[in-house]
Design a protein around this ligand. Structure first.
Ligand SMILES: CC(C)(COP(=O)(O)OP(=O)(O)OC[C@H]1O[C@@H](n2cnc3c(N)ncnc32)[C@H](O)[C@@H]1O)[C@@H](O)C(=O)NCCC(=O)NCCS
Ligand SMILES: Nc1ncnc2c1ncn2[C@@H]1O[C@H](COP(=O)(O)OP(=O)(O)OP(=O)(O)O)[C@@H](O)[C@H]1O
Length: 204
């Protein structure tokens, strides 16, 4: 029977890099960020709902969602973020569950839920265990600023819209620290994968 491992962590903690290593080990990865992007492609129901709620100012000239503009709004305004979440999360959930059914039917040994808001949205209840990708908060801030080209204030607002670092860690079954440079990640991941605790999880 398939095992489901939740993979979560704060923004820019390194989940995508870690999920690539899970794929190399043969795991089936369900990527919530990717699904969140797909449901707001032109002609998809998520985009229609967002434009109905927020207005056509949030469309680019080519008909795609203006992600930057919507991000500036919602990460500075908790009520707008809540409204966006109410529109998008049911659509994301439907697709996560569809993929889960397909991977279970294919009898995949390990299904990984790569979901930034895993605890916030209750997906941990569908997981057999949760791995938290952790990064020292001061390094996380720099990564968000650099990767997403955000000011320090905007980066802090995005981090603050998620569960706190300490609360996430307290709810983890496994923790993988990505504070070291990315070149070290394969070694850190191998140490986690071959640890007796994770091997026991896979075997039971
Ligand atoms: C607001 C949007 C348009 C900004 O797009 P942008 O391209 O700048 O960011 P992107 O989608 O690549 O997300 C980057 C990271 O931001 C964080 N993040 C995204 N959405 C949220 C949210 N609703 N709450 C808290 N953090 C979030 C995650 O860590 C994510 O990995 C976009 O994030 C969005 O549509 N969010 C709602 C959907 C959602 O909840 N996605 C998270 C998957 S569960
Ligand atoms: N040791 C490391 N492990 C993972 N990522 C690292 C590491 N060092 C630096 N990075 C960088 O941190 C950034 C964030 O990584 P990644 O995109 O994998 O995070 P994420 O958790 O998937 O982010 P988000 O949830 O915000 O999409 C990338 O630019 C990546 O190159």
């Amino acid at each position: 029977m398939s095992k489901v491992l939740g993979l979560t962590g704060g923004i820019a903690s390194g989940k995508s890099a870690v999920s690539t290593l899970f794929k190399k080990q043969g795991a089936a990865v369900i990527d919530a960020d990717l699904i969140a992007h797909q449901i707001v492609e032109p002609n998809q129901p998520g985009l229609t709902a967002i434009i109905a709620a927020f207005g056509s100012d949030y469309l680019l000239a080519d008909g795609r969602l203006n992600r930057q503009k919507l991000g500036q709004l919602v990460f500075a305004d908790p009520e707008a973020l809540q409204k966006l979440d109410q529109l998008t999360h049911p659509l994301i959930r439907q697709e996560i569950l569809r993929q889960t059914v397909a991977y279970r039917a294919a009898d995949r040994d390990l299904i990984v839920y790569d979901i930034p808001l895993l605890f916030e949205t209750g997906y941990d209840q569908l997981c057999d265990a949760v791995l938290v990708v952790d990064v020292a908060p001061q390094i996380q801030l720099v990564r968000v600023e650099q990767r997403d080209h955000l000011t320090e204030a905007a980066a802090k607002a995005r981090i603050a819209s998620q569960m706190s670092h300490d609360e996430r860690l307290a709810r983890a079954d496994f923790v993988l620290d990505t504070s070291k440079p990315i070149d070290d990640l394969p070694k850190t991941f191998a140490a986690f994968w071959y640890s007796s605790a994770f091997q026991k999880f896979l075997a039971n």
